[in-house]
Write a protein that binds this ligand. Structure first.
Ligand code: BJW
Length: 248
């Protein structure tokens, strides 16, 4: 496929990813039929109020997911790998902004990337803000090595009602992007769901890649529908061809 729009080879490419890109690696999505929110209530595990009210339950939820990420043989898939290769081969800027808390983009080799909803493999002290790598369980009895306070170590993730990370990088990159790609995200969670509009208003070509049409599918110029591991390489090939470059 070649897009009707010609793409300048030095265009910036902004890629937003969500849970769908990691689904084929064995990481649960959230809102799909058997997703995480079909088993857990957001109000019990993914808000600052939940952590204040019942930190043990919140720790149990994230300890289980961290344990799975580290010990269950979860590996980057062809979708993550294709995006890492894109960053190496594309003549312009490529930025991956992921809503995912797993580390599969970095393990696949992406370098210019950020986690707007934080990282499962980091802890943060609620009292002093110190952030540290964390690949083992957290619990309420732990003491922060920096400030000495106990009970405040939490996963370094962004809960509902908290400010997403990286906006000083994200909004300027959206403004200069010639191509905006959204992969494997439902379009239900803001501010990420609003990025497509932001990019489109600045003239970017907008492309969605998802198993099915997302909540804001109508806002995109093009859609690639099917499993990410099959569709991401196809969409990247279309970008290279539309820029007059040999495919990856
Ligand atoms: C495949 C596939 C395959 C499957 N191949 N595809 C309007 C404006 C601004 C904010 C709001 C607003 N309205 C409401 C808000 C507040 C709120 C919000 O958005 N609520 C909505 C639910 C209505 N947003 C917030 O609170 C955010 N903060 C904020 O806005 O701060 C502002 C502020 C200002 C001043 C002071 C303070 C604050 C924070 C949102 C944090 C979200 N956190 C979570 C948990 C993170 C940690 C964790 O992992 O536990 O982030 S919730 C969860 O949803 C997680 C995800 O990153 C996020 C998005 O999920 P995603 O990626 O869309 O996954 P799914 O499962 O929903 O969809 C998967 C998709 O993949 C589907 O489409 C499938 O089809 C597809 N798929 N297999 C390709 N193989």
């Amino acid at each position: 496929m070649v897009f009707a729009h010609k793409i300048a080879p030095d265009s910036g490419i902004f890629i937003l990813t969500g849970a769908g890109i990691s689904a084929e690696s064995g990481v649960s999505t959230f809102r799909d039929k058997d997703g995480i929110w079909s088993k857990y209530d957001i109000e019990d595990v993914a808000t600052p109020e939940a952590f204040a009210r019942q930190p043990e339950i919140v720790h149990e939820f994230y300890n289980m997911r961290r344990h799975a990420l580290v010990h269950d043989g979860i590996m980057p898939n062809k979708g993550h790998e294709a995006l890492a290769l894109l960053e190496k081969k594309w003549p312009g800027e490529v930025l991956v902004v992921t809503q995912n808390v797993d580390d599969l983009h970095e393990r696949a080799g992406s370098q210019n990337m950020l986690h707007m909803h934080g990282e499962l493999l980091k802890s943060r002290c609620h009292h002093c803000g110190d952030v540290k790598p964390c690949s083992t369980d957290l619990d309420v009895s732990m003491v922060c090595a920096v400030c000495g306070e106990s009970g405040g170590l939490r996963p370094d993730v962004v809960w509902f009602g908290e400010m997403p990370m990286g906006d000083q990088v994200i909004y300027p990159a959206l403004a200069r992007a010639g191509v905006f790609i959204s992969i494997g995200t439902s379009g239900h969670v803001y501010p990420a769901a609003g990025f497509v509009l932001e990019a489109a208003q600045r003239g970017a070509l907008t492309i969605e890649c998802n198993l099915e049409r997302s909540a804001n599918a109508d806002m995109f110029d093009y859609g690639f529908y099917g499993a990410g591991t099959a569709e991401i390489p196809k969409l990247l090939e279309a970008i290279f061809l539309s820029a007059g470059l040999s495919p990856l």
